[in-house]
Design a protein around this ligand. Structure first.
Ligand code: CUA
Length: 318
């Protein structure tokens, strides 16, 4: 436990968040204290019946002094608030920008559990094994309603929304088990939607990955799904249908039929599967059927992993 009963600081960002928290607490505490003291002092000094002059007969020098006081008490809080804003914005930016060498973990939230998948195909529910000292990037989505991924010891909280990918990254600094909560009311068992983040030493983690190795990694599972859902019938090598070639597409700009361009990232691939007529690649007829309601979020992540594996890693967008 750190000061004020806060949970341990178990990620690189945690001390930074705490410093800001203590600074804001200190400033607001000092202001509160000053107000209480002044209230008492003025209450005594200017109590009813005291012979202090009233405002009508304030001399000019005093009016000028008053103006200075007013400017001071307007500027001081402004500077303090802008300072707190800049400080918090800095932490926000650091938090939003995952290092390029971060390992990726995929999270699908649903009522009422956290489903996780590692790139190697290892799957877990309500438990997340990660190595200590390595940046981990989470790609998160929800199967149903809005949830919120909250690890107090990491000082991280991120809403997880259906229909889009939220990203979050952290580097754990302490081995151990840490609470994972859902921090957004999501129905009857919201309170039961919790889990644990298990931070392991790198060697231990490698061993854990090995012990939980699955027959197929995400990309291979995606390849199987690619055939199973019939994607290969049109996008495969020997397809007779005129459909966009997918090899090497991931991470590249895609010209669209409406003249605009998008980068083929996770979001684009997901939307292309579920809302194929939304962004049609230039030069192709909008003939692809929607797979909405037929493919689960986890399968979509596997399909994305497969399409991604068709592109060299250096060309993936960050
Ligand atoms: Cu999920 Cu609350």
């Amino acid at each position: 436990m750190s000061a004020f009963g806060l949970p341990p600081q178990a990620s690189t960002i945690a001390p930074r968040v705490d410093h800001l928290f203590y600074a804001v607490l200190g400033v607001t505490g000092a202001v509160t204290l000053a107000i209480i003291v002044l209230m008492i002092v003025f209450g005594i000094r200017y109590r009813a019946g005291s012979r202090t002059r009233r405002s009508e007969d304030v001399p000019a020098t005093q009016a000028r002094a008053r103006k200075r006081v007013e400017i001071a008490w307007t500027l001081t809080p402004l500077i303090l608030f802008m300072g707190a804003f800049a400080w918090a914005a800095r932490i926000y930016v650091v938090r939003a920008d995952a290092p390029p060498d971060a390992m990726e973990l995929f999270v699908v939230a649903k009522q009422w559990m956290w489903k996780l998948q590692h790139e190697g195909g290892q799957r877990e529910i309500d438990e997340m094994h990660v190595p200590r000292g390595r940046a981990v990037k989470l790609v998160m989505t929800s199967e149903d309603v809005i949830h919120s991924f909250f690890v107090p010891s990491f000082r991280l909280k991120q809403d997880v929304l259906p229909g889009r990918y939220a990203e979050l990254w952290f580097t754990a600094t302490q081995a151990g088990r840490f609470h994972l909560f859902c921090a957004e009311y999501c129905g009857t068992d919201h309170a039961a939607m919790r889990g644990e983040v298990v931070v392991m030493e790198p060697a231990e983690y490698a061993q854990w990955l090995n012990e939980h190795r699955s027959a197929l990694d995400m990309a291979s599972r995606g390849e199987a799904l690619f055939r199973q859902y019939g994607c290969s019938g049109c996008h495969g090598e020997n397809a007779s249908v005129h459909a966009p070639e997918l090899a090497g597409v991931y991470g590249k700009p895609v010209p669209l039929a409406d003249g605009s361009t998008v980068v083929a990232d996770d979001r684009y691939v997901r939307d292309s599967i579920l809302l194929p007529t939304k962004e049609v690649a230039a030069g192709y007829a909008p003939i692809m059927p929607s797979f909405a309601g037929q493919i689960g979020e986890e399968d979509i992540l596997d399909l994305i992993a497969y399409i991604r594996a068709l592109a060299p890693r250096s060309e993936r967008p960050r």
